[in-house]
Write a new protein. Sequence first.
Length: 167
Amino acid sequence: MPVLFGLVVFLVACFGLTVFRGAPYVPTHKHQVEVALDLLSLEPGGTLVDLGSGDGVVLLAAAQRGLRVYGYEINPVLCLVAWWRCRKYRTRVTIRWRDFWLAALPPSTKAIFVFAAGPYITKLERKLVKFAAQQNKRVLVASYGFALPNQRLLQSRDGVLIYEFKP
């Protein structure tokens, strides 16, 4: 019984405490993932970063399209789930058990996918503006469900909003 209690406490901590660093885990629908990837229209070999990669649904779909993908996830349980789902594409998918707020994004990043909660959007915008300026290049961002209020919307479809960050 103590082991079961410990497991329950661990799972509650993994899923519940992440709310204090960003959005809680909410699965992204496969349709919206496909829409986001279509709208981003990255060439095979291009690099996509998924901030808060959850169970790996975005990572898997992007890898199947030939993209190089990096996922950042603070929840260790979800990291394991994503790693398992993406194991076939391990040469294209890198999953990092890390708080993306503190992580340095790969310089090869062409696009970013994010499903963030409203209170964190302004902080996210600052991080993306800074990243585009540091890299001195254009970065596309697909935001599922939440608008970036200080950015010009390029296009949208089915709840996926596409933005461009320039240096």
